[in-house]
Design a protein around this ligand. Structure first.
Ligand code: LLP
Length: 424
């Protein structure tokens, strides 16, 4: 049924019955993920990269979907963990990762985060000279060597949504390759006995659908690998080209496949390592690519309202449940379950008390009525993980579907959750 919904067979009454069953049993809004899809995504990435890059390590960027069952699934596929906070470190540990398998990236880290990451032996992805000093001081206090890489800013525009464009020169992220800034950071770190330099990192953005940003970046990164060896005698264990692989959000949308990307990177990588005279391990750390297309949110129609200018289909979820439309003007396909006739152009409106709370705009869909179910597709990444209890609505439940087996991987939140920690 999940595959049928994605493939636009949502109108099929049999498909609708299955999902009606889930919605009745677990309530709406309801996040539903397809395990087979996630496994398939991992397999396609590995199939494209492993033959071309024998020294390869793939990590999962936990922020895309932090449900421990999903993290556990990706760990089971052999992926490492890329985290950005103490909370994500904790999830990684609770799903069985060792500290040494964790990569901690964020543009700045607070003292508690530095302490924990160093104590665990995680790789810290250092983002500023200020932070390098803090890592050294904390490592000294712990009488440990801190494992680090630097996140560099390659100054490349991957042509994605502005808010998630991270590798451009104006962005807050990374030490710029430009003007020898990153080089001086490595030079300083090399002189610090408390620091063990392991790698080089960049992440140029998210939802990238063309190879060009990656190939430009890879050229700069590999030239820098050579420069580090020639000028500082440094040999890196890894070069991390980040995550960011896009997925199709629209019917028929063409996006770069892992095969396209691997094929485009292969000659640049080979040339680069030949010039540097050694081969670091290639690291990748996607999030969305693995989980984005695996999940949808099921929502129920509260009312349908005709205004003088528009028809609104008002549903029982809003940007508290799925933030991407309001935050990035992101497009998510909507399927009306069990209906295929009588197309009308509607806005799908959320139930949050804000004008901007429109989940989908001007969509031509089969006519829906109160009580009908809609599926909002491709919500597996940055869906639940960015959801909130705004308007005092408890968090939705999450289901993981494995063939015919349905597992509740997070129970629906309740009022106890909303009132927690307030003493009321
Ligand atoms: N590595 C780093 C350092 C990152 O900052 C990110 C995402 C990733 C990996 C994973 O990127 P992905 O493969 O998932 O594109 N909330 C936005 C996306 C923000 C991405 C932030 N960083 C959205 O809903 O589109």
């Amino acid at each position: 049924a999940l595959v049928a919904v994605r493939a636009d067979k949502a109108g099929d009454p049999a498909v609708a019955r299955v999902l009606q069953g889930l919605a009745s049993a677990h309530g709406t809004p309801l996040y539903v993920y397809d395990q087979a899809h996630i496994r398939g995504q991992v397999a396609s990435l590995k199939a494209a990269f492993a033959p071309r890059f024998p020294k390869l390590r793939v990590l999962y960027a936990l922020k895309a979907n932090t449900n421990p069952s999903i993290i556990g699934l990706l760990k089971g596929e052999g992926l490492g963990a890329e985290v950005v906070s103490l909370g994500e470190i904790e999830w990684a540990l609770r799903t069985g990762y060792k500290g040494s398998e964790i990569m901690f990236t964020s543009s700045s880290k607070n003292p508690a985060e530095l302490r924990r990451a160093i104590a665990l032996g995680a790789v810290l992805n250092v983002d500023s000279l200020d932070e390098l000093g803090q890592v050294r001081d904390e490592a000294r206090r712990q009488k440990k060597q801190a494992r680090i890489s630097f996140r560099v800013n390659p100054g490349v525009d991957p042509h994605t949504i502005h808010q998630i464009n991270t590798g451009i020169t104006e962005s807050k992220f990374g030490l710029h390759l430009q003007d020898g800034i990153a080089l001086r950071a490595y030079e300083q770190a090399k002189a610090m006995p408390e620091i063990r330099i392991e790698g080089l990192h960049c992440h140029i953005g998210s939802q990238i659908t063309e190879t060009e940003g990656y190939t430009l970046t890879a050229k700069k990164m590999l030239a820098f690998v050579k420069e580090l060896k020639d000028k500082l005698g440094l040999r890196l264990a890894f070069v991390d080209l980040g995550g960011g692989l896009g997925i199709p959000y629209k019917d028929g949308q063409a996006v770069m496949s892992p095969e396209d990307l691997a094929r485009a990177l292969e000659p640049i990588w080979k040339e680069g390592v030949a010039a540097a005279g050694y081969e670091p391990t290639l690291w990748l750390e996607p999030g969305r690519f693995f989980v984005g297309g695996s999940g949808f949110v099921l929502v129920r129609v509260n009312t349908v309202k005709q205004t003088p200018v528009k028809t609104f289909v008002n549903v029982d979820a809003g940007f508290n449940t799925l933030m991407r439309p309001i935050l990035y003007q992101a497009y998510h396909r909507v399927r009306v379950l069990g209906k295929s006739a009588d197309p009308v152009t509607v806005d799908i409106a959320g139930d949050v008390c804000e004008t901007g709370d429109i989940l989908a705009e001007a969509r031509t869909l089969p006519r829906a009525a109160a009580g009908d179910l809609l599926a909002i597709l491709d919500a597996g990444a940055y869906g639940f993980s960015m959801a909130s209890e705004y308007n005092s609505r408890p968090m939705p439940a999450e289901l993981l579907v494995d063939g015919n087996r349905v597992r509740v991987i997070r129970r629906r939140g309740g009022f106890g959750d909303i009132f927690r920690n307030t003493g009321k």
